[in-house]
Design a protein around this ligand. Structure first.
Ligand code: DX5
Ligand code: ZN
Length: 216
């Protein structure tokens, strides 16, 4: 059994009090800080850039897990790495050169992840997975927090877990979107070991309690 990693998403934090909201999840027992970067083109929303990551790096020791929902991800790898990202995940749908991007992320000193939209098959990972540190399966269509978990994704998580185990790969399986105390149970039993949660964490009165509940 792999240890469960909890990654609160700051998309649901109070952007006017971002440093304090980051420290709150760190004190509540989070493992990673999930940072959603949106460009208004790959997804219909705009969020934050590397300058925000650079500022947050000064107030937090959490693992910074940067989720790039952007076109031309190659343009941003080095600036996020310099700003203090530990993990950088890009969408396979956003590039014609996923293999080169993985090399670029590792050369920048970060762990490399690939994200898949709900409609993208895990077979797109076949030639990449040996070089990956993490696969992020979207369990909602990316762009916004607070959406409903897509139940069909449980089978996809399980299929990826099977591949990872069968080939003895050292790849984390992350899930992102609609994860709360209820849905966390099914994604954990399907084989996910990194749980991203935005609204479920920041919407709760007791952050430590919800993080414990997500961990199971
Ligand atoms: C969605 C983002 C998620 C989002 C999850 O596009 O990638 O990380 O913050 O939010 P919840 O947990 O509220 O679905
Ligand atoms: Zn995300």
């Amino acid at each position: 059994e792999r240890p469960i990693i909890i990654a609160p998403s700051i998309l649901s934090a109070d952007f006017a009090n971002l440093g304090a909201d980051v420290r709150r999840v760190e004190e509540a027992g989070a493992d990673y800080l999930h940072i959603d970067v949106m460009d208004g083109t790959f997804v219909p929303n705009l969020t934050i850039g590397s300058c925000v990551v650079e500022s947050l790096r000064k107030v937090s020791n959490l693992v910074f897990d940067v989720h790039l929902m952007v076109e031309h991800p190659e343009t941003y790898i080095d600036s996020f790495a310099r700003a203090g990202a530990d993990n950088i995940t890009f969408h396979v749908e956003a590039t014609r050169h996923p293999h080169r991007l993985i090399q670029q992320i590792k050369a920048a000193g970060c762990r490399a992840g690939v994200a898949l939209n709900p409609g993208t098959s895990i077979y797109t990972l076949e030639e990449l997975i040996d070089d990956l540190d993490m696969v992020l399966l979207m369990t909602v269509n990316p762009g916004f927090g607070g959406q409903k978990f897509i139940e069909n994704m449980v089978g996809k998580i399980h299929a990826l877990y099977h591949t990872v185990m069968e080939n003895e790969l050292n790849v984390d399986i992350a899930v992102d979107g609609g994860i709360n105390a209820e849905t966390s149970e099914s994604v954990r039993s399907a084989g996910a070991n990194v749980l991203v949660a935005g609204s479920a964490v920041y919407g709760a009165p007791d952050l430590a309690a919800v993080i414990r509940a997500l961990r199971g």
